[in-house]
Design a protein around this ligand. Structure first.
Ligand code: GLA
Ligand code: ZN
Length: 572
């Protein structure tokens, strides 16, 4: 079981390092993530390397039985890089070019940045690939930078050529007949920069897909360099947030283990529900490979307004929850709280107060507890929730029938209802083999492919239970509405035809006493039966026998207890 955190010795004089390893031993730390933001110290000038200090850190850690998850530092290019390559600084959608002075100032589509990344990764791999402390490679940090520069424009066009093959196909997929957007040459296509009015949703979605693939290409390049120099597993750390442009299924197929950074922002049960959700996602994305809690806050929650201390014992409890859900280890950001710099107020396992502190005592208690545990084999889940980043992105289109449609929020609610009932849950992609689950939940999955529909249909007909929430199955993978009545892709399976969508401004009480909010629909039964109706008598919740299984449809937003009741009726 790994235990430790990000270790940034370059921020401290060397005598502090000796105290660090002494305290790490005391806390039973066995893995330190080193070098995440060390580029400036490792390559102080272009092509000039200084590894002396890192040699000493690696040896010191090794001598103290602390293993190293060695990072490539490419998430924070040093100032010389930006000055030498001003075109590598990222550009916002509004055309503003960012400057150095923080981190993540790069564009992955710029050849000079790619070359600099390969150079530093190669130098690290050559020097430390055979070092006995190096047990894992950590590429970059929290991939997620989106850029709209001219390099991105060129790379986007190549990506589009590959996806759509011809301009005709692209024009069709993007519905460019609307507002005279027809493209007659590839060069006319730009990244979705700021426009006068609404942007084209298919253009926006393809850009999200492109960004995920472009970042992944940068990851892969480094991974392959590192793999060529040693047998250690290579990974990176995902940000668990809604803005992240990564397609987690695609990415997880490329990492040797899944690493997540998870920062809760709620106390008590709400925080535990967040831990369960993040863990179940990570374990599911990993699809049988190990997964690791690469970073978490130290006995604290970062809410948008303030940093809050966790109750005594709460940090240990949450950490054990990750472990119970399959984490191969529990790591933190960061080992020692920084004295200065932009994150001087992020907690450390050794806080500003030093080791004589509640926080360090809790860390030590956690280290002792973990040192007696082996990674857990979590209970096999019988229920799954569909997860699809593309569908989540599509639902972020700003021009939907109402604001507030949110794939993640629907997923969170469904997961939480299952969690409260003690039902072990996995996440699956709509086109994965789901036959082993007795029930599958589809929370507001706006966009769906024909293959996924065929997969879900076969699942239900084979005896599965599918519970679908409102505004699912509406669009095809190019965000075009599936015609003939909603939810176009799922009408046959659900045995309903929805004629109109009616976002609600006030709650409605359904015939069974449950409350619907936010959303309602005019539902016609074409094979299903209604289990609850709207005040006017129209079907609100329906059940449809399809082959040996059942498909349920919930055409409004229920609260947790209402959703729980439907799941109970559906035998989930
Ligand atoms: C992220 C980053 C770290 C640090 C922490 C702060 O997880 O990966 O570098 O910024 O957040 O909490
Ligand atoms: Zn760019």
């Amino acid at each position: 079981m790994y235990f430790g955190g990000d270790y940034n010795p370059e921020q401290w004089p060397e005598d502090v390092w000796l105290e660090d390893v002494r305290l790490m031993r005391e806390a039973k730390v066995n893995l330190a993530t080193v070098g995440v933001f060390s580029w400036g110290r490792l390559e102080p000038a272009e092509g000039m390397h200084d590894f002396g200090w890192l040699d000493r850190v690696m040896d010191l850690l090794h001598d103290n039985d602390i293993q190293v998850n060695l990072a490539t530092p490419t998430a924070s290019p040093p100032p010389w890089f930006g000055l030498a390559h001003p075109d590598a600084m990222p550009v916002r959608a509004d055309g503003t070019r960012l400057t150095h002075g923080s981190r993540d100032t790069y564009c992955v589509n710029v050849p000079a940045y790619r070359a600099a990344s390969r150079r530093i990764a190669t130098a690290l791999a050559e020097r430390y690939g055979a070092h006995p402390a190096t047990v894992m490679w950590h590429v970059h940090n929290e991939y997620g930078t989106t850029c709209y520069c001219d390099h991105c424009a060129a790379a986007f066009r190549d990506w589009l050529r590959d996806r759509h093959k011809s301009l005709d196909a692209l024009n069709d997929a993007w519905s460019t007949a609307f507002w005279s957007q027809h493209y007659s040459a590839w060069e006319q296509i730009m990244p979705p920069r700021v426009t006068q009015y609404r942007s084209n949703p298919a253009h926006l979605l393809d850009y999200r897909r492109f960004c995920s693939d472009a970042l992944l290409a940068h990851y892969r390049e480094q991974r392959d360099i590192l793999r060529a120099h040693g047998p250690q597993p290579v990974t990176t750390n995902y940000v668990m947030a809604g803005w992240t442009p990564l397609d987690h299924w695609k990415w997880s197929a490329e990492v040797d283990l899944v690493g997540i950074d998870h920062y809760t922002d709620q106390p008590g049960d709400d925080g535990l529900a967040q831990v369960a959700l993040a863990s179940d996602l990570a374990r599911s994305w990993a699809r049988g490979k190990p997964w690791l809690l690469m970073e978490q806050g130290v006995a604290a929650m970062y809410t948008p307004e303030r940093t809050l201390a966790l109750e005594p014992g709460e940090h240990v409890r949450r950490s054990l929850d990750y472990v119970a859900r399959g984490a191969a280890g529990v790591l933190h950001f960061q080992w020692r709280a920084s004295q200065g710099g932009a994150e001087q107020w992020c907690q450390g396992m050794v806080p500003h107060a030093g080791p004589d502190s509640r926080v360090f005592r809790e860390i030590t208690e956690l280290g002792r507890t973990l040192s007696s545990l082996a990674p857990a084999e979590p209970e096999a889940a019988e229920v799954a929730i569909l997860w699809d980043d593309e569908a989540a992105w599509a639902l972020q289109n700003p021009a939907l029938p109402t604001a507030g449609l949110d794939f993640r929020a629907s997923v969170e609610q469904a997961h939480r209802v299952l969690w409260q009932r003690g039902i072990a849950t996995d996440f699956v992609h709509p086109s994965h083999d789901i036959s082993r689950y007795r029930a599958v939940l589809m929370p507001s999955l706006y966009l769906i492919s024909d293959e996924a529909v065929a997969n879900l249909t076969a699942y239900v007909e084979g005896g599965g239970t599918l519970v679908v929430s409102y505004f699912s199955g509406i669009a095809d993978p190019d965000t075009r509405v599936r015609l003939g009545g909603y939810p176009g892709a799922l009408r046959d399976l659900l045995g309903v035809r929805v004629e109109e969508l009616h976002p609600l401004t006030a709650p409605v009480t359904l015939s069974d006493g449950t409350i619907g909010t936010f959303w309602s629909e005019t539902v016609h039964l074409t094979g299903a039966t209604a289990t609850a109706t709207y005040p006017g008598g129209g079907p609100a919740i329906t059940r449809h026998q399809a082959g040996a299984g059942t498909a349920w449809y919930i055409s409004t937003r229920l609260d947790a207890s209402g959703l729980g009741d439907v799941l109970a009726q559906a035998g989930v």
